[in-house]
Design a protein around this ligand. Structure first.
Ligand code: PEP
Length: 249
């Protein structure tokens, strides 16, 4: 399967930031990327980002969605609305949503289900915090998150899993290749146990301070099918350097 390199802009980006998407679009006029590419800007920029990326291999996604298609939920955005704005992916269960908005595995599963209903691919995030890792509970925590937050009827076409150790997100700290490889193998086995052969085709991304300097080593780790990139996706030059460091499959 082709790798996926996904940028998560988080709550960053005013109108002027669309210039970064235009710069990426220009770069891929002549160059064929070695992976599928995705940028998830803030919801306010999705429709314009879709227009800016038009004709390029860059897909645009949302960073979160509500579980329901519409209703009296002030401030929320549904998966259908993201789709209507031109998004094709949505991140669900990011650790910042789990932490700052108290999202449970059950809530995350409902959002992943909503993504499927709307025709979006969900990027479902899982990952242990530092206390869990230090206590030797990382594998147990992540496999429990997976079990409880993946909807029953998910398929490789509508689901991507992102393993993001919380202690490595936005901190500049990196998980080692051994830690990444061990977790990605466990995630792969959990997906295969749940979905059979189809589970071997679900992409597993790594996220946590991925940058141009470490991207190649991370992406060469077995069972790493791409990356979810925060800080280093904000500048086209950094994101491009990561794309260029990605080994061809
Ligand atoms: C993220 O936002 O999911 C992330 C991994 O951020 P960063 O790359 O900045 O650590």
């Amino acid at each position: 399967m082709q790798r996926l390199l996904a940028g998560n802009w988080k709550m960053n980006g005013l109108h002027a930031a669309l210039a970064e998407i235009r710069a990426l679009t220009r770069a891929f006029v002549k160059e064929h990327p070695p992976a599928s590419l995705l940028i998830c800007p803030p919801a306010t920029l999705i429709a314009e980002a879709v227009a800016a990326a038009g004709g390029s291999p860059i897909a645009i996604g949302g960073q979160d969605c509500h579980a329901l298609p519409s209703g009296a939920y002030t401030g929320n955005i549904s998966a259908e609305m993201l789709r209507d704005a031109g998004a094709t992916f949505v991140i669900v269960g990011h650790s910042e949503r789990r932490h700052y908005h108290g999202e449970t595995n059950l809530a995350v599963a409902a959002k992943a289900k909503a993504a499927r209903r709307a025709g979006l691919t969900a990027i479902l995030c899982v990952g242990e915090n530092e206390t869990d890792r230090d206590a030797g509970r990382a594998l147990a925590v992540v496999t429990t998150q997976l079990k409880s937050s993946i909807p029953e009827d998910s398929t490789a076409a509508d689901l991507v899993v992102a393993y993001e150790p919380v202690w490595a997100i936005g901190t500049g700290r990196n998980a080692t290749s051994a830690q990444i490889g061990e977790m990605h193998e466990a995630v792969r086995e959990a997906l295969a146990a749940r979905f059979g052969e189809a589970g071997r085709k679900i992409r597993i991304l790594y996220g946590g301070s991925v940058k141009p300097e470490n991207a190649k080593e991370i992406l060469e780790t077995p069972n790493v099918d791409g990356a979810l990139i925060g800080g280093a996706s904000l500048k086209a030059s950094d994101f491009l350097a990561i794309v260029r460091a990605c080994p061809v499959r």
